[in-house]
Design a protein around this ligand. Sequence first.
Ligand SMILES: *Cc1c(COP(=O)(O)O)cnc(C)c1O
Length: 386
Amino acid sequence: MSGKDYTTRLVHAGPDRDPHTGASSIPIYQVSTYHQADPEHLGRYDYARSDNPTREALEQAIAELEGGTRGCAFASGMAATSTVLMIFQAGDHLVVGEDIYGGTYRVLTAVFKRWGLESTFVDSTEPDQIRAAITPKTKAVFVETPSNPTLKITDLAAVAEIARSRGLLAITDNTFMSPLLQRPLELGFDIVVHSATKFIGGHSDLIAGLAVAKDAEVGRRIRHVQNAFGAILGPQDSWLTLRGLKTLGVRLQQQQESAEKIACWLCGRPEVKKVYYPTLDGHPGRTIHLRQAAGGGSVVSFELATKEQAVQLMKNVKLPLVAVSLGGVESILSYPATMSHAAMPAGERAARGITDGLVRLSVGLEAADDLIADVEQALEKAHRPQ
Ligand SMILES: *Cc1c(COP(=O)(O)O)cnc(C)c1O
C-alpha cells in the first residue's frame, strides 16, 4: 500500500477486516490459550503471551506504517523501550541524547546501569558529540526529536549515518511525531519506539507501547525478549490502539494546524517571553526538522516571565486539562518544573531552558479560536497584579 496517501494507509494498515467473518475490526481475542488438535504439531497459536490475533493485527499495522519488518506491542511505552534495551547485554555501551524522555533516562541510569549496560548522555543536536562519545563497547545510539519540552531538533539522517558507519544500531523514540509526520526507518534508523499512550491511542484512555525494527534479525531479537520478558499489550488495549491508528491522520493534522495558529498567536503576546515550536521562524532546528518531518506536530511550549504567572495560567485555564501526558483529543497543559522534570536539579533544568515560567501545551481537537480565547483570559488574569 506504499503508493497511497498516508491517511489512507492509516485506515487500512495491517489486516483491516476480520479474515473469518469480514467484520470491520479485528475482534478482541480475550484468551490465554488455544486448543491443539494435534499435540505433536502445535498450531499457529499456542499461548497468548506469545501470540494473540488482536495484538498481532496491531503489530502488523505499525510495522507497515513505520516501514519496518516487525512490530511488537507492549504494556506501555516504557515496556517497549525497556524491551528494546534488553537486546543488549552487560558490558555494552549506549550513546544517548541528553533530552530523551525522563522515564528513559531513569530506566537507563537507575535500572539498566545496575545490570551493566552503560550510557553516555550527549547533546544529540550536535552530531560531533555523538561521534566523540562512541567507544569500542558502544552498540547503539538512542535519540529523540523533537525533544521534550523545548522541542530541540536532532538530525536523524546524520545520526543514522554515524551509526551505520560505526556498526551501531540507531534507535529513536518517535512518540512526539508519530509515523504520520516522521518515519525514522526511512531515514536509516534501525528501531523506532512509541508511547502509543500519546498520539497513536489519541484519547487519553490507554497506556500502550510499540517497537518496530527495520531489519528482520533485529526484529527477531526484540520479539525474543518480548516473549521471554512478557511485557505484552493485552487484547482490549491492542484493539483500542488499532482504533486510534485509524483516526491518527485527521486528528493530528487538525491538532497541528491549531498548534501552528496558537504558536503564532503566542509569539505576539507581551506576557510570553519565548515560544518553542519546531516550524516557527527563528527555531534553530527548523530547517533540519522540515527536511525530516511533515510538520511541527501539536506540542507548543512557551515561557512566561515568572513562576507565579505560569501557576496562575494553569489555575485559570478552563479547556485544557492541567496534567502530564500529551497527544489526546483534549488539550493538556503541563508544567515541566513540577511534573515531567521534577527530578532534575534546578540548575540543570535552567541550563536546558526548563525554567519555572515554562509551560507545555499539547493542542487537542478543540477549535483553535476557543483555545486562544481561553489561554488569553487566563494570561490576562495571570498578568494582573495580585
Ligand atoms: C510518555 C512517553 C514515554 C513513555 O510512555 P508510557 O506509555 O507512559 O510508558 C516515552 N517517550 C515519550 C516521548 C513519551 O512522551
